[in-house]
Design a protein around this ligand. Structure first.
Ligand code: BTN
Length: 270
């Protein structure tokens, strides 16, 4: 079921959004958002919401796969509205991840997010995923337009009512959705409203260097205490994950001492 006019009205009145642009089908909401960033009079925060994407993108060369029922959107914000200096931009993905975790925690209070197999656990998988019960439930793609006009694109794909039961095997083993975990159907507009309200708060916490935000991403790190391999672009390093440092870097204890990574791709987790 797609978003109703009432859903779109609620998004405009109950969140920070100034405009909502719904699409039944689009290539990628992030691509559309990057184009819109060039419009001087764009009312921001501006939301692009899609029922279906034909060319959804993940980090690097990755594609974002999802079937009907996922929550997929991009929001354009102006960094100045949040007084977010460029030095803070690399931490936005983790901040969005915290907002997603907090939203899922609110939903968990009203809905049991457990399969019966495992108690529900929600955590951040550095640098831009959220896991539910050890599987990816959400991916985040934050992008800076090439014009560097001060606007930022925050793209989120949250698996809500879509199911991985019919997904390709390599995905169904590593990904999940709220529906798959609970057997329930969620009101995506309500999930999005909660998430955008939480995101507004968390971006303000980031701008204000709020300690509790850093504590939050540290305590929610699902890699902490596990041996991971990271591909930093120049080399692959393995070590025991010590958590996430203040500026969002992944901390690894390696035979050569502690090393910090500000970007990279996690290749393996033991
Ligand atoms: C990742 O897992 O690497 C990030 C995935 C981000 C997917 C979302 S879906 C909405 C928005 N539009 C895109 O093309 N990608 C993001």
């Amino acid at each position: 079921m797609s978003y109703s006019p009432d859903d779109l009205r609620r998004l405009r009145t109950e969140t920070i959004l100034r405009e909502v642009e719904p699409h039944l089908e689009i290539g990628s909401t992030n691509d559309r958002a990057l184009v819109l960033c060039n419009e001087t009079n764009l009312p921001v925060p501006y939301l692009i919401l899609a029922e279906r994407q034909t060319a959804g993108r993940g980090r690097g060369a990755n594609r974002w796969w999802s079937s009907d029922g996922a929550l997929m959107f991009s929001v354009v914000i102006d960094a100045k509205d949040y007084t977010l200096p460029e030095s803070r931009w690399p931490q936005i993905s983790l901040t969005v991840g915290v907002a997603v975790c907090e939203t899922l925690a609110v939903l968990a209070n009203s809905t049991n997010l457990t399969t019966g197999r495992t108690p529900h656990s929600v955590g951040l998988k550095w640098p831009n995923d959220v896991w539910l019960n050890d599987r990816k439930v959400c991916g985040i793609l934050m992008e800076v337009p090439p014009t560097r006009c001060g606007r930022l694109v925050i793209g989120v794909g949250l698996n809500v009512n879509n199911s991985f039961a019919t997904a390709p095997a390599e995905l169904s083993l590593i990904a999940t959705s709220l529906g798959d975990e609970t057997g329930k159907t969620f009101d995506r507009a309500q999930v999005l409203t909660l998430l955008l309200q939480q995101l507004d708060e968390d971006l303000k916490r980031l701008a204000g260097s709020d300690e509790s935000l850093v504590e939050n991403w540290q305590s929610r790190c699902v890699l902490k205490g596990r041996t991971v391999s990271i591909d930093s672009g120049q080399r692959v390093v393995s070590g025991l994950c010590l958590g996430i440092a203040d500026y969002g870097a992944l901390r690894l204890q390696t035979p050569n001492g502690e090393q910090r990574f500000y970007g990279g791709v996690i290749r393996s987790i033991e």
